[in-house]
Design a protein around this ligand. Structure first.
Ligand code: DQA
Length: 140
């Protein structure tokens, strides 16, 4: 089974960025734990601060990967272009937000991506990525 995690803008700063909201752990460290928790799953990882690069990666992986875990960061709230890409691809996509976006500013309450995703995990910290992978493994 082959899964890719795609993280959007500013998620390269996890561990340093607003630790009270996003926690103190870097994604690189968390990724090591994830990979050892799922030794039978190939977990690729891509992060970009650029909308077009995220679209390119979704197009490259979205027809042959078994699943995509997508945290597009602030682009979730703005990007019709990424939403269109999600409509085009066939892989199952789980949207993840580390923080509880519904308990934050109103502009974070809407995601253009959620209606295009198979499921959404919000507010459970980095554990959300693990639960997303688990849900892709259990998918029928
Ligand atoms: C986020 C929530 C977004 O509103 C924010 O812009 C992010 C991170 C989250 O994981 O909680 O960059 O997607």
């Amino acid at each position: 089974m082959k899964i890719i995690i795609i993280n959007g803008p500013n998620l390269n700063l996890l561990g340093q960025r607003e630790p009270g909201i996003y926690g103190k752990e870097s994604f690189d460290k968390y990724l090591l734990k994830l990979r050892s928790a799922f030794p039978d799953v190939i977990i690729d990882y891509f992060q970009s601060n650029h909308e077009g690069d995220i679209i390119d990666k979704l197009q490259q992986t979205g027809f042959d990967y078994d699943g995509i875990v997508l945290n597009a960061g602030a682009l979730s709230h703005t990007s019709i272009a990424i939403a269109d890409t999600l409509s085009a691809i066939t892989a199952r996509v789980i949207e993840v937000h580390i923080s509880n976006v519904f308990a934050r500013e109103e502009f974070r309450h809407h995601s253009y991506l959620s209606p295009k995703c198979f499921g959404v995990i919000v507010g459970l910290g980095l554990k959300g990525y693990k639960l997303a992978i688990q849900s892709l493994i259990w998918a029928d």
